[in-house]
Structures are given as C-alpha cells and as structure tokens.
Design a protein around this ligand. Structure first.
Ligand SMILES: Cc1cc2nc3c(=O)[nH]c(=O)nc-3n(C[C@H](O)[C@H](O)[C@H](O)COP(=O)(O)OP(=O)(O)OC[C@H]3O[C@@H](n4cnc5c(N)ncnc54)[C@H](O)[C@@H]3O)c2cc1C
Length: 332
C-alpha cells in the first residue's frame, strides 16, 4: 500500500488526508511542526458552500454571516443585509482539531528537506510520496504580502463583516466578529508600519493579541502543479481578498480525486473553475500594480458596480461575462 506523507496540518494538509481516508490503497500521515493546529494568524472567515465537501461541525461555527459593510477611506459606501447565509466565522483551530482527530497526524514534527530526502526529528521520512501542504512558509516572499491583525474586545454585530478599502492603497482592512470581541486586521502592499498606521484609524476596543503572517498573492504557481503541492503552498489564495481556507480545501479535493482516479493532477486542476478564478484575481492585482498604482480604476470597478456582482467576483463565483461587466472589455 503506498504510504503518503503530507507536510503541514493546515486546512490543505488535513483535508487532503481526510479526502483520502478510508481508501484502502492509501495510508497517509500528516506531519506538523507546531504542537497543535491553527496557530498561524487568520481571520477565520469561510464562504458558504464548502460544507458540501467537508463537514463544518456546529461547535466550530462562531457565527453565520448574513451581511457586509464596505467602507472607502473610512466612509461607509455599502451596507448589505441578506436573508441568506453568505459564510461563517469559524473557530479555525477547533475546526482543524476536529479534522485532525479523523486522520493520522504527528505534531511537533518539523520536516526538513535535504536533497531529495525528508527528515523529521532526525529521522528519515520513509514514504512513497511526500506532499507539501506547508502554506505560505514555503512560498517565496516575492509572491506574498504581509497581513497583520489585532484581536480586541470590541463587540461587532455578529452577523456582519466589515471591509475597508482606501484610495491609493492596494489592500484592505477588515473587522470580523470573534467568539468574544472582534478581529481587526489589514493586508496589502506596504510595509508593516504603514499597515499598522492605517489600521490605527479603525482599531477599537482593548487589544488582547497582535500578530501577523504573510499571505500569497501570486495565483497558482504552475511549476508546482506536479501533484506534490496543495493549498497555499500551491498558490491557492484569492489574491484580491486573501481568502485561502476554502480554495486550499478545494485544491486538496482535486488532488485527492486525481490520486484516487489515477488522473493527471495538472490537467484536472487546470480544468477547474478554481484555477481560472484564482488566476484572474492574481492577474488583476498584477495589472493594478503595474498600470494603476493609485488603484483608481480598481476602486471604481469594485465600488461603482452592483454589490451582488462584486460579491460573486470576490468569492470566485464569476465567469467571463461578469469580468467584462465589472472591468470592461479592454481587460479581457
Ligand atoms: C492575517 C491573516 C488573515 C487571514 N484571514 C483569512 C480568512 O478570514 N479567511 C480565509 O479563507 N483565509 C484567510 N487567510 C489565509 C489563510 O489563513 C491561508 O490561506 C490558509 O490557512 C492556507 O491553508 P494551508 O493549509 O494551505 O496552509 P497553512 O494554514 O499555512 O498551514 C500550513 C501548515 O504547515 C505547517 N508547516 C509549514 N512548514 C512545515 C514543515 N517544514 N514541517 C512541518 N509543518 C510545516 C505550518 O505550521 C502550518 O500549520 C488569512 C491569512 C492571514 C495571514
């Protein structure tokens, strides 16, 4: 029976092990450097729909999101409420723990590569296949941006998420509800002191924790479509929103299905809507950086359009016609 080592117990690695579980032909072990899952900073927002692929246990749901507010230069421009659930704020560490309980995980096991061999805790990994689900840690810094976050006791409407955009700044800030209080963060194209300065303007409540990490904005790293990478290590993050949990899980589903059906992952992934939409997000970021550094065109496109259409674009549920409607024919 082929034995598979999956490096990294984030959403990508754990869901890959979960999707392969119970298939007699594969035995997986996940290796995680940390003592428990979910330590990496994250705002824990998850778009609805992913529960069709993987269970989201009730106790891991902090709140159901039914509305969003958009601010431009700290002024409210949209306040949208829907009857439908748009997404969740989940307790990500607990969600990952529940997944970890279902699969075989070795914590406190940092994996190091020397040549074509992998080692953990001074022992060689004797596996038939090694898959990297190592997140942004294994992505070159030039392919990622910084994101920082305060956890405060400021209470926000539990069904609403807030996004803050700025003229002349590519990136955005957020306020998401937490179990208690909220997470107030920002990610974008600037150094951490600049991000902190912007965030100061919307920071509310008593700060309990300040932390940060990088988030990949490159789109899919084509060289890594060899079936040895998954999740953020493959570039599976929506560059405009920084959403990486759901795309990471979907990329793992595509990899698991390719493995189980003996199909070529590169071909299967390239056929997917995920690939196409992730790359469009990355392309728009790249074009904005090169041709629209003041973000004038991007802000106009995002703020002068139907919010429902923008929401579809933001969550990767768009097609070519939607792109033309939002950005104009010249873009495509
Ligand atoms: C501040 C911030 C806020 C964010 N907010 C959101 C959000 O609200 N919603 C959303 O969808 N996305 C968000 N993201 C992005 C999201 O957190 C990631 O894209 C997502 O977690 C990627 O999943 P992954 O499993 O690919 O990688 P990760 O979650 O990074 O997991 C990789 C794991 O691999 C482990 N690892 C790395 N190297 C090794 C090694 N050599 N040996 C052993 N283990 C190793 C790490 O410890 C880690 O546990 C945010 C990111 C940041 C920085």
């Amino acid at each position: 029976m082929p034995r598979m080592a999956i490096i990294g117990a984030g959403p990508a690695g754990l869901s890959l092990a979960y999707f392969l579980k119970g298939h007699r032909n594969y035995e997986t072990t996940v290796f995680e450097s940390m003592p428990e899952p979910g330590i990496k900073p994250c705002a824990w927002g998850l778009i609805t729909g992913i529960e069709e692929l993987i269970p989201i246990p009730k106790e891991t749901i902090i709140s159901e999101i039914k509305g969003f507010r958009i601010y431009l230069d700290n002024k409210l421009v949209f306040d949208i409420r829907t009857k439908n659930r748009l997404g969740y704020i989940i307790d990500k560490p607990l969600f990952l723990k529940r997944l970890a309980d279902e699969v075989n995980v070795e914590f406190n096991s940092k994996v190091i590569q020397k040549g074509n061999k992998f080692y953990t805790n001074n022992e060689i990994l004797d596996f038939d296949k090694v898959i990297m689900a190592t997140g942004h840690y294994s992505v070159d810094k030039s392919m990622s941006i910084p994101a920082i976050q305060y956890i405060t006791d400021y209470e926000i409407d539990r069904e609403v998420v807030e996004f803050y955009f700025y003229s002349g700044f590519l990136g955005y800030a957020w306020i998401f509800p937490d179990r208690e209080g909220s997470k107030i963060g920002i990610g974008g194209y600037g150094e951490v002191p600049e991000l902190k300065e912007r965030l100061k303007q919307i920071l509310k409540g008593r700060v309990k924790i300040f932390h940060g990490a990088r988030v990949t904005d490159y789109g899919i790293i084509d060289d890594r479509l060899d079936g040895n990478y998954v999740g953020e290590a493959l570039g599976a993050v929506y560059a405009i929103t920084g959403e990486g949990i759901r795309p990471s899980i979907i990329s793992s589903k595509i990899l698991a299905d390719s493995i189980l059906n003996g199909k070529d992952f590169r071909k299967e992934f390239k056929k997917s809507k995920l690939y196409w939409t992730l790359n469009w997000h990355a392309k728009i970021i790249k074009m904005t950086r090169e041709k629209d550094p003041g973000t004038v065109r991007l802000s106009k496109a995002l703020l002068n359009n139907d919010p429902q259409l923008i929401l579809k674009f933001a969550i990767g549920d768009f097609n070519r016609v939607d792109l033309i409607k939002i950005f104009g024919r010249s873009l495509i």
